[in-house]
Structure formats: structure tokens, C-alpha cells
Ligand binder design. Structure first.
Ligand code: SF4
Length: 226
């Protein structure tokens, strides 16, 4: 079990629009943590892999920035990386949940984007699982994720997507997942790797013929925003 911490290695934090997946287009605050041992050859955030390159920032300071973004309209935080679950996120999530939002004073929502290889820490309102062929996810994430995002570079990734979906259905059946996390509620996305023509045509062709899958695009890259 990873040690609880009040400091986390931070690559960047910023207020923007969620660019990908189900929540695309919504105002969000992003916390990009450093550190990833998964080592995808096509990774577009390789700069985040080595956590020693980045300062350890106190959770208190991160919270100050979230409050500023909340006051401007961000309704949820996205914790991403690197692989954010390489760190113990219990304290960060507990602190974010203290931030009240809206007239009903609900808690700030927390989303996480993970490859699912590390054990869970923290608590989340939305889990985006982006599993990797060479480093399969833990069963917890197969059962409890809200959306699945498979990055498509080549044909083998399509085969992997089909296999992951079967595995998710199997895990959900085994554990009789609660209503709120029913397998039918999960959203399955193929996301072509940026700047990969083969990835785009493979993903588009597959989604055209398999309507239970959707296409996810990195709209932030088209819009040239963070
Ligand atoms: S898991 Fe994500 S951050 Fe880590 S190497 Fe793969 S794509 Fe990059």
C-alpha cells in the first residue's frame, strides 16, 4: 500500500475544457501528476514520466488553485498524469471533497484518468480507464470504471478493445455490479492516437460497424488549448 502524503509531484495544473470522452466540452480543473512506469511507446506525455524532475507541491496549494477555478466555473477536477495512481491520492481527494460548489453546496466532483495498473487510492465520481495492451488493468477498474478509452494505433489495438470489453462484461457478471455501475452504463470509446492516420481509419471503420463503441477525439488538440 502506498504511503499517505500531503505532497505530490506536479507537472502542471490548469483550468480548461475537458477535451475527451463523455464529459468533453465541460469546464474542468486539471491536475497532471508526474510519474509513470507503464512506458507506452506512443505516449504523448513522456515528459511526465520522471517524477524527480518536478517539484513536490502541497495539497493545500493545489486546493487554492481549484478554488479559483471553481469560482470561475469549473465543476469538476480531472486528476491525470503520467499515471496518477502511482501516488496515494487519499488526502488529495479528501481535500477536494471539502470544496463546496453550486447553490446546493455539493462537493466538487473528482474524475480520474488511469491505465488501471496500480491499486486504488482516493474516491472518484468518474473513472476513465485507458487500459494498455502491454500492461493490463486490475479487475477493480474493469468493474468500476465509467468509461473505457482504448487508444488506437494499429489493428492489434482493435483486437485488444474487443478483448477488454469481453473481460469487463465477465468481471461485472462475476461481481454482480451494483445498479449504478451496471455494465450497460459503461461507455466504450476508441480514440485514435494523435497524428496517426492508420489509427484514425481503423477506429472510424470499427465504430461505423460496431455502434456500441463511440469515437473519442482529442478536441483540445484541434482547438489548440491545454
Ligand atoms: S500510461 Fe499514459 S502516461 Fe503512462 S506511458 Fe502510457 S500513455 Fe503515457
Amino acid at each position: 500500500m502506498k504511503k499517505m502524503t500531503n505532497f505530490l509531484p506536479l507537472v502542471e495544473q490548469f483550468h480548461s475544457l475537458q477535451g475527451e470522452g463523455y464529459h468533453a466540452g465541460k469546464s474542468a480543473f486539471f491536475i497532471r501528476l508526474a510519474g509513470c512506469k507503464v512506458g507506452c511507446s506512443w505516449c504523448d506525455t513522456k515528459h511526465s514520466w520522471d517524477e524527480k524532475k518536478y517539484p513536490s507541491i502541497s495539497i493545500e496549494k493545489i486546493i487554492d488553485h481549484i478554488i479559483i477555478a471553481r469560482d470561475k466555473g469549473a465543476t469538476f477536477c480531472v486528476i491525470t498524469g503520467g499515471e496518477p495512481l502511482q501516488h496515494n491520492l487519499d488526502n488529495l481527494c479528501n481535500a477536494i471533497k471539502q470544496i463546496k460548489i453550486g447553490e446546493k453546496q455539493n462537493s466538487m466532483k473528482i474524475h480520474i484518468e488511469t491505465s488501471g495498473v496500480d491499486s486504488l487510492s482516493g474516491r472518484y465520481d468518474w473513472i476513465t480507464l485507458s487500459p494498455k495492451r502491454h500492461s493490463p488493468p486490475r479487475n477493480y477498474f474493469l468493474k468500476n470504471c465509467n468509461e473505457i478509452k482504448i487508444i488506437i494505433n494499429e489493428l492489434a489495438d482493435i483486437k485488444f478493445a474487443i478483448q477488454i470489453k469481453k473481460e469487463i462484461f465477465k468481471q461485472c457478471q462475476i461481481s454482480k455490479v451494483e445498479d449504478s455501475l451496471k455494465k450497460e452504463d459503461k461507455i466504450f470509446y476508441l480514440q485514435p492516437a494523435w497524428n496517426n492516420k492508420d489509427g484514425f481509419s481503423l477506429a472510424i471503420d470499427f465504430v461505423k460497424n460496431n455502434p456500441d463503441w463511440k469515437l473519442s477525439l482529442q478536441t483540445q488538440k484541434y482547438l489548440k488549448i491545454k
